[in-house]
Design a protein around this ligand. Structure first.
Ligand code: HDD
Length: 732
């Protein structure tokens, strides 16, 4: 697009700005103006006495522009400062009237608009996406009965049981307060000091050390409402419910070395991934799952439903998938939408209600309170991204930045001058009538004895992991505690892990200079009799539990698609263009996004003599940005790449990170020149022409590349190939 000349507005000089939809405007339309609507003739030079100054105070345009700029920042979120958002919609599969009267869960034909914001928790707004951390998964449903916010995470449990501990948790995990180090990392003394003194955080710590804390993509992680909520139907019958989001692409993760490198190579990795996926039409999809529990089963489990450090195993209460969330539109204005969106657990609609979970109860205070500071006053609900689609009529008024102009004299209820309006709605009309839960008790500061078993579910999580996942948890534990200077803290944490599992604790201890702990008898880990009594209210025999839960492992996740996977093709001048194009076409037919990476941007000449477009130069990219790599043949191309350490490093790293690798023709020679080891490669002397070993697919026979392409696709579907004993030995 050519740069428009001064005095040549696109709309031919029309002052009227065509709104795309209410509150959206195109700043490039019409003439440049001040905020007061005066037209501007020059925005490149301040008003001066003579061309060399001084500058004049009366330059209103200058002062307005600079003043506005000076005030562009608002406080970042105390937690979850780093995030990215997208628009979409939610559709229920079938009417849910049996369980809830919520209108948006009744009609499969209704598409409820949503805005979702994904986030990390600990880092500041400019921090890297791939830090080891919980991911926020917050959804605002703009329902016909008002806004419902499901403010969840990608981990189903939380660090603490009572919201009064949240400031302590956040202070401990954020950069240490005297030195503001480290950024976006829990690997430091104050966090593990706190954690080692908070046995209730043990279950969550295991999740944090697992690969769940380094997702491959926001599109490939689960979401959880965490707390137990209530669903209430039109007859007033209530049941407990846990909310889940299940990604249709499956649950996939990075490896830790990759995550750390990405923090430098592409700190926007997750943000970019989401933006590009939506931009390309690969709309992220998640099914909404419900675990519904009858009120009569409130005390049927070996944990308390009100305890947010516990999950309800899917083997005990299956997740029913009741609808689908699809993200279809990127933001137009990051600040106005993603930065200003204000979620609040208190935003519920009729038919959905709270439980007495003490973490949730405190959240219900905290969110609205934080918005008052962040967004500058009580009228943040009028900011377009927060405004409900349902009509708003009430007597709230005034305050900073009031947008509504309320007509008439009547600003109170009851009134007669306004005809007694606005009227009160009934439950049948959709009024948010709270569930009439019966409560009684003694006022006290206390924790229920039923919250006191902090280890059984941590052990359940550990026991449910595959060997590879366990290994990753151990390594993450060694990394995190390895950054802790205090031996006492490390020792205390190992003692805590020992109550989860002896192998876990001993293996982490080995890596962090702590003596292996003694093996504990089972009795030390069992819930206290008081705890058991508190849960079961005298019905201990009926308590339900499991020793293993497959749903807690990522090992058997969805692995049947290469849709939206990023594949790098390494090439230099002289590449076998035919091979490259055949394999690329097969990958793209499967929905993968393929990029040709060469020593330089522009074009390269193929072995056949035609020109091939390069998508990225080696200098600007890295294997950590891709899910898989393919090296086509072409003797000159391979010879050039063999001379370039960057290409060898690319392959080494992809191998080390357990990624699918394919090579055809002379491309196999580049693998032979790399440091990868422990896999068989198609070698003209000793191996069959087509070979797949531990996710590395090679062929010497390029006459028919279809079997090769299909084998490579199968390898990419698997996402990562963990059975590579040689991976650790590769220098990368
Ligand atoms: Fe929180 C933000 C999720 C406990 C107080 N929280 C925030 C966000 C998510 C969560 C996803 C970001 C929303 C966005 O994208 O704007 N928080 C959780 C979950 C929790 C949890 C799943 C436990 C189950 N949070 C929690 C507690 C408190 C808070 C116990 C306070 C006592 N959370 C906040 C906050 C934030 C927030 C300080 C920061 C900015 C904001 O709310 O809007 O109020």
């Amino acid at each position: 697009m050519s740069v428009r000349q001064k005095n040549e507005p696109v709309d031919g000089g029309q002052r009227k700005v065509e709104s795309l939809e209410p509150n959206r405007e195109d700043p490039t339309a019409g003439y440049l103006s001040t905020e007061q609507g005066q037209l501007v003739d020059d925005t490149d030079n301040s008003l001066k006495v003579g061309p060399r100054g001084p500058t004049l105070l009366e330059d209103h345009h200058l002062r307005e522009k600079i003043t506005h700029f000076d005030h562009e920042r608002i406080p970042e979120r105390v937690v979850h400062a780093r995030g990215t958002g997208a628009h979409g919609f939610f559709q229920v599969y079938a009417p849910m009237a049996e369980y809830t009267r919520a209108a948006f869960l009744q009609d499969p034909a209704v598409k409820t608009p949503v805005f979702v914001r994904f986030s990390t928790v600990v880092g500041s707004r400019g921090s890297a996406d791939t830090a080891r951390d919980v991911r926020g998964f917050a959804t605002k449903f703009y329902t016909e009965e008002g806004n419902f916010d499901l403010v969840g995470n990608n981990i189903p449990v939380f660090f603490i049981q009572d919201g009064i501990k949240f400031p302590d948790l956040v202070h401990a995990i954020k950069p240490e307060h005297d030195r503001e180090i480290p950024q976006a990392s829990s690997a430091h003394d104050t966090f593990w000091d706190f954690a080692s003194l908070m046995p209730e955080s043990t279950h969550m710590l295991l999740w944090i050390l697992s690969d769940r804390a380094i997702p491959r993509s926001f599109r490939m992680m689960e979401g959880f409402g965490v707390h137990t909520f209530r669903l209430v139907n039109a007859a007033g019958k209530a049941r407990f419910v846990k909310f889940h989001w299940k990604p249709l692409l499956g649950v996939h993760s990075l490896v830790w070395d990759e995550a750390q490198k990405l923090a430098g190579k592409d700190p926007d990795f997750h943000r970019r991934d989401l933006w590009e996926a939506i931009d390309k039409g690969d709309f992220p999809e998640y099914e909404l799952g419900l675990q519904i529990i009858e009120e009569s089963d409130e005390h049927a489990f070996d944990f308390d439903l009100l305890d947010a450090t516990k999950l309800v195993p899917e083997e005990l209460v299956p997740v029913q998938r009741i609808g689908k969330l699809t993200l279809t539109r990127n933001t137009d204005d990051f600040f106005a939408e993603t930065e200003q969106v204000a979620y609040h657990t208190g935003n519920i609609v009729s038919g959905i209600d709270f439980s007495d979970d003490p973490l949730l109860q405190v959240r219900n205070f905290s969110y609205i309170d934080t918005q008052l500071t962040r967004l500058g006053g009580p009228n943040f609900t009028e900011i377009p991204i927060n405004r409900p689609l349902a009509p708003v009529h009430n007597m709230n008024q005034d305050g900073f930045m009031q947008q509504r102009i309320k007509v008439g004299r009547v600003n109170y209820t009851p009134n007669s001058l306004g005809g007694g309006c606005p009227a009160m709605a009934t439950m049948a009309q959709g009024a948010l009538v709270h569930y009439p839960e019966h409560v009684e008790g003694t006022k006290l500061r206390a924790r229920s004895p039923s919250f006191k078993d902090h280890y059984t579910q941590a052990t359940l999580f550990w026991n449910s992991q595959s060997d590879v996942e366990k290994e990753h948890i151990i390594r993450a534990g060694r990394f995190e505690l390895g950054k802790v200077a205090s031996l006492d803290v490390r020792q205390r944490m190992i003692d805590g892990f020992n109550k989860v599992d002896h192998e876990l604790a001993s293996r982490i201890a080995e890596g962090v200079g702590v003596a292996p702990p003694p093996k504990l008898g089972a009795v030390l880990r069992a819930p206290t009799p008081q705890a058991a009594a508190g849960v079961a209210k005298g019905k201990a025999s009926s308590r339900r539990s499991v020793d293993r839960s497959e749903a807690l492992s990522m090992a058997k996740t969805v692995k049947n698609t290469i849709k939206s996977r990023r594949v790098a093709i390494l090439a230099a001048a002289g590449v076998a263009g035919g091979e490259l194009r055949v394999v690329r076409a097969a990958l793209e037919a499967g929905g993968a996004h393929v990029q040709v990476i060469a020593p330089h941007l522009g074009e390269i000449k193929t072995a056949e003599g035609d020109m091939l477009k390069v998508d990225a130069s080696l200098l600007t990219t890295a294997s950590v940005m891709y899910d898989a790599v393919f090296i086509p043949g072409g003797a000159a191309s391979v010879a050039a790449m063999e001379e370039n350490g960057g290409f060898i490093h690319f392959i080494n790293e992809a191998f080390k990170h357990h990624k699918p690798i394919g090579a055809s023709g002379e491309g196999v020679d580049l693998l032979l020149a790399s440091d990868i080891q422990g896999v068989d490669l198609a070698d003209p002397q000793s191996a069959p022409p087509l070979l797949t070993d531990q996710g590395v697919v090679t062929t010497r026979d390029v006459s028919d590349l279809d079997p090769f392409a299909q084998a490579l696709i199968a390898s990419i579907m698997a996402h990562r190939h963990w059975d590579r004993p040689g991976a650790e030995a590769v220098p990368a």
